[in-house]
Design a protein around this ligand. Structure first.
Ligand SMILES: Nc1nc2c(ncn2[C@@H]2O[C@H](COP(=O)(O)OP(=O)(O)OP(=O)(O)O)[C@@H](O)[C@H]2O)c(=O)[nH]1
Ligand SMILES: [Mg+2]
Length: 311
């Protein structure tokens, strides 16, 4: 297939899995062909319900996602899964195949799984991770699930791409709960205490309910219990996600479009900056060097220039 042949892009937007795979690889590599994919998906975003599962390492996120996907399949939805793991300098992405055990779904055409080895500079979602989510969305999957290890910045970014944020915690009132206190709670639509078979599960859930009760959040964070290994509580979790999903769609269609708009504007600016004449930038940089302009003023002028440039 010649690279300019657009027919595979049509297949991709129609939900062809191989074409989706190819689109994802192209946007991940951020090569020249990525632009074709980004142009193709632009008008097809915002259809899938995106659900972020985040939380401390070992809380059972992958196991829970696996069980959650099973319930969604039973309900007739197609599901994409993006698993973002911190890249390790030693193992690189090699370990990922073991870590994301979506074994129950291999051979199911309704489930599309992609694991990403790399994160953004600050530990959050990388730009290409967001693109991968966009590709799944544009390909017509009903639901896109994103698994990230909660480590500071990533929760903030998951809040930007996920319609519904599920924070997964394991029982015990130790470090994990401290980590949750430290900032994840604000973004959680649903706080799941997983490992319901653990003796401290009920106590942890009660404690977190108390904490959530002190929040000033509307709607308040829902605290739920699951046992991912047996599937207990996962139907109820899926019900709650559905409920919130409907609410999101009915009550706040603007939120979604606002986000799409901001992202498109960021893309546009980034693209124009990349295409800017280096000499124009040098002119401003020299003025900066000479103390004739502040960084803010120079940046503002640069932005004006690149946006006014009709090229
Ligand atoms: N007892 C019990 N163990 C569970 C449950 N859910 C997950 N586990 C186990 O907990 C361990 C970690 O589960 P994962 O699903 O890999 O956890 P994770 O949060 O995805 O871990 P990372 O991706 O490494 O952050 C595995 O051994 C699971 O079998 C549960 O409900 N009960
Ligand atoms: Mg995992």
């Amino acid at each position: 297939m010649p690279p300019h042949d657009p027919s595979w892009l049509t297949d991709f937007l129609a939900g062809d899995r191989r074409a989706l795979s190819r689109a994802i690889t192209l946007v991940e590599n951020e090569g020249p062909a990525a632009a074709d994919v980004l142009a193709a998906i632009r008008g097809h975003l915002g259809q899938a319900l995106t659900i972020g599962f985040t939380g401390p390492p070992g809380a059972g996120k992958s196991t829970l996602v696996n069980a959650f996907v099973r319930v969604q399949r039973e309900r007739g939805r197609t599901v994409g899964v993006v698993a973002v793991d911190p890249s390790s300098p030693v193992t690189g992405g090699a370990i990922l195949g073991d870590r994301i055990r979506m074994t129950g779904h291999s051979g199911d055409r309704g489930v599309f799984v992609r694991s990403l080895a790399s994160r953004g500079h600050l530990g959050g979602l990388s730009r290409s991770a967001v693109r991968v989510i966009d590709c799944m969305d544009a390909s017509g999957l009903d639901i896109v699930v994103i698994e990230t290890v909660g480590a500071g910045q990533s929760e903030v970014e998951i809040a930007e791409v996920a319609d519904i944020k599920v924070v997964v915690a394991a029982p015990g009132l130790g470090d994990d709960v401290q980590a949750i206190k430290a900032g994840i709670l604000e973004i959680a639509d649903i706080l799941v205490v997983n490992k319901g078979d653990h003796p401290l599960s009920a106590q942890t859930a009660r404690y977190l309910k108390t904490m959530v009760g002190m929040q000033d959040r509307d709607p308040p964070t829902e605290v739920m219990r699951t046992t991912a290994t047996t599937g207990q509580g996962v139907e109820a979790l899926a019900d709650q996600v559905d409920l919130l999903g409907r609410h999101r769609r009915d009550a706040a269609p603007m939120t979604r479009n606002r986000r799409l708009l901001v992202r498109a504007a960021q893309d546009l600016l980034r693209l124009r900056l990349a295409q800017a004449d280096p000499e124009d930038i040098d002119v401003l940089a020299r003025q900066l060097l000479a103390g004739e302009k502040t960084v803010e003023n120079a940046a503002l002028e640069l932005v004006r220039q690149i946006l006014e440039d009709p090229s």
